[in-house]
Design a protein around this ligand. Structure first.
Ligand code: ACO
Length: 409
């Protein structure tokens, strides 16, 4: 297919030979036109546009349009797209009863996997994954309803009444309203925070064939409905090696703080280097980036802006994170393995400063990644080479043996 890519199907056909590639380190599962990453250069493009330019010149809904339809909207297209999304921000009232079935202290990602999957039970006109109109309306519904569901999960955990969406606000502004307003008091959206949250959404919107996106594709390849496929993505994202890293990173900073703060960073790094400890520096390292994660650079900038705007520059956890980053970037263990901070290292600090509880961080990542998942699902279904995903295995278990009746075993 190209200088560095072998088409295994042509090489082996139906000969019974196949490749062995645990973790898919060297396997391309699809053709894609959505996101390009050059891990060595630290480059990320959505549909050809550099992430650095999108973060400055576009907002999240424009980015959604770009990922879904292939290009940035003009003014009229943006107006129409925004109107379509805001038309669907409410969720069926029955969802409240469904939510009530959860314990109040349930992890928000447990709640989100349930709520997103449950959408398929409410919107029967958008469940046929092979019908482009169904997929289109499912995409709009998912983008529109994810902030409402995340905010509902939060309000439920806090024992507060749900806040209905306010469609005249921006996508990020409306999310903050649903999170932080109460029936007794409006929430005034700070423009620096609104922009920071919108940037978090843009930076997390897609990242080609990562674990959760591959999960969505694999799940969708069976012909299941779009809501079920996205719920599978939410479940996969939850893991600490993937989207759960932002929560794990903040918890790690809290642990170092408890150990004694900046002075104890050296001791913590020693534990990380000890291969028997199983301790990792959360928010560091990436399967594809072997250079600075470009999203982390932008998030680092946003982190300074938000903490400055909120007067939190001297926040001990932020100072600890900055010292940890400096020490790790000069340490041969991390340098030789090309381990740099990833986007999650900073996004957690920003979200904490905004007042978002740590346990909600991954749900916010899921909210933002939904558009990427659905764009990838659309691309897969539209691909003439699309087949149900079915990896092979190397069987290393027992040779055939006889089943003895229970009395003889
Ligand atoms: N801390 C310490 N050591 C690390 C870390 C880390 N965060 N990440 C990788 N390493 C080490 C590995 O132990 C391994 O060392 P070795 O060669 O001595 O055995 C080497 O670096 C290579 O690492 P792999 O595990 O092979 O890298 P892989 O590509 O499989 O893993 C991953 C990537 C999962 C992201 C890993 O770096 C990690 O667990 N990081 C922490 C979790 C995290 O931040 N995840 C967020 C990813 S970004 C996202 O989802 C938005």
């Amino acid at each position: 297919i190209g200088p560095d890519v072998i088409d295994i199907r042509k090489l082996y056909g139906q000969t019974g030979k196949f490749t062995y590639d645990p973790g898919f380190l060297s396997t391309a599962s699809c053709n894609s036109t959505i996101t390009y990453i050059d891990g060595d250069k630290g480059e990320l493009l959505y549909r050809g546009y550099p992430i650095e330019q999108l973060a400055v010149h576009a907002d999240f809904l424009e980015t959604c349009h770009l990922l879904l339809y292939g290009d940035l909207p003009d003014a009229q297209q943006k107006k129409d797209f925004t109107a379509r999304v805001t038309n669907h921000t409410m969720v069926n009232e029955q969802m409240q009863f469904f939510l009530r079935g959860f314990r109040r202290d349930a992890h928000p990602m447990a709640v989100m996997t349930g709520l997103v999957g449950a959408l398929s039970a409410f919107y029967h006109d958008s469940t046929d994954i092979n019908n482009p109109q169904h997929r289109e309306i499912a995409a709009i519904r998912l983008i529109a309803k994810m902030p409402t569901l995340v905010a509902m999960a939060y309000k439920y955990s806090a024992g507060q009444p749900y806040m209905y969406p306010k469609n005249k606000l921006s996508y990020a502004g409306n999310f903050m309203h649903m999170m932080f307003a109460t029936p007794c008091e409006d929430y005034e959206v700070n423009p620096v925070i609104e922009r920071a949250l919108d940037r978090i959404f843009i930076l997390h919107a897609d990242h080609e064939q990562n674990a959760s996106t591959s999960t969505v594709r694999l799940c969708g390849s069976s012909g299941t409905n779009p809501f079920a496929a996205i719920a599978a993505g939410v479940a996969c994202l939850w893991g600490p090696a993937h989207g759960g890293a932002n929560e794990a990173c903040l918890n790690m900073l809290g642990d170092i703080q408890k150990m004694g703060g900046v002075e104890k960073i050296g001791d913590f790094i020693k534990q990380v280097k000890d291969k028997n400890s199983n301790v990792k520096l959360m928010g560091f390292g990436h399967r594809v980036y072997k250079n600075y994660d470009p999203r982390a650079k932008l998030m680092r900038e946003t982190c300074h802006e938000v903490l400055g705007a909120l007067g939190l520059e001297n926040d001990p956890l932020f100072k600890l994170a900055m010292s940890l980053e400096k020490i790790a970037l000069e340490d041969d263990y991390f340098v030789s393995r090309k381990l740099y901070p990833n986007v999650d290292f900073y996004s957690g600090i920003v979200q904490r400063a905004i007042g978002i509880p740590v346990s909600l961080f991954t749900a916010i990542f899921a909210l933002a990644r939904t558009v990427g998942w659905i764009a990838q699902l659309n691309e897969m279904i539209g691909d003439p080479e699309y087949k149900i995903g079915r990896p092979r295995q190397l069987f290393v278990g027992s040779t055939p043996r006889e089943v003895k009746p229970l009395a003889q075993r």
